[in-house]
Ligand binder design. Sequence first.
Ligand SMILES: N[C@@H](CCC(=O)N[C@@H](CS)C(=O)NCC(=O)O)C(=O)O
Length: 203
Amino acid sequence: MAGVPFESKFGDPRKAPRGKVPWIEDDGTIIPDSQAAIEHLKRRYGDPLDARLGKEEWARGHSLRRMLEEGTYFLAVHQRWADDRGWAAYKPYFLPLLPAFIGGPVIEMIRRAQVKALHAQGVGRYTEEQKLDMMVMDFEAVAVSLGDKDYLFGSEPTSFDATTYAFLTAQVAFPVSTKPKAFVEGNSALMAYKRRIDERYFR
Ligand SMILES: N[C@@H](CCC(=O)N[C@@H](CS)C(=O)NCC(=O)O)C(=O)O
């Protein structure tokens, strides 16, 4: 989006600098966490995306991104790892990423660790219904922020659109029907926004 050339590679959390994906390597410097990576790239190569934003717009974008990455994220982890229907759909994609033979028991261990982490974070303690409603509300907040604009902050995209796009795409691409997925798919402005970004950057 910022015109910086890059090559994407498969990230293995076991080899990640902080045990988490994603991370970037830029000229020998390793930067874990998408947010820190974005800040680094802005410092190093300039900021063609967000530089035009006023302080208040930045604050709104930052709040939205933190809601998605630190709140909605855990609800999405629940969808994939803890919910039985979600797990049945996600496991066949995840399993081939692990070594053959030990992959089966290891994946169940990872699942138990994820369920424990969701409980510690707090999301795991809500009922299924509450979790789905919380997620719908988050996407509703995104839809209201977008309004009838092409991008969150007008006619051109910012780094905040990258985050929003990722969360919408993950929801739409996930094969299990849920309330939040139905909300996103039923919202014509959100779907047009997702298509706009698909066509601009991924076609
Ligand atoms: N806010 C972080 C989130 C990183 C994150 O939680 N990554 C997950 C996958 S989406 C992970 O690597 N989990 C492995 C683990 O917790 O062991 C970022 O955007 O970089």
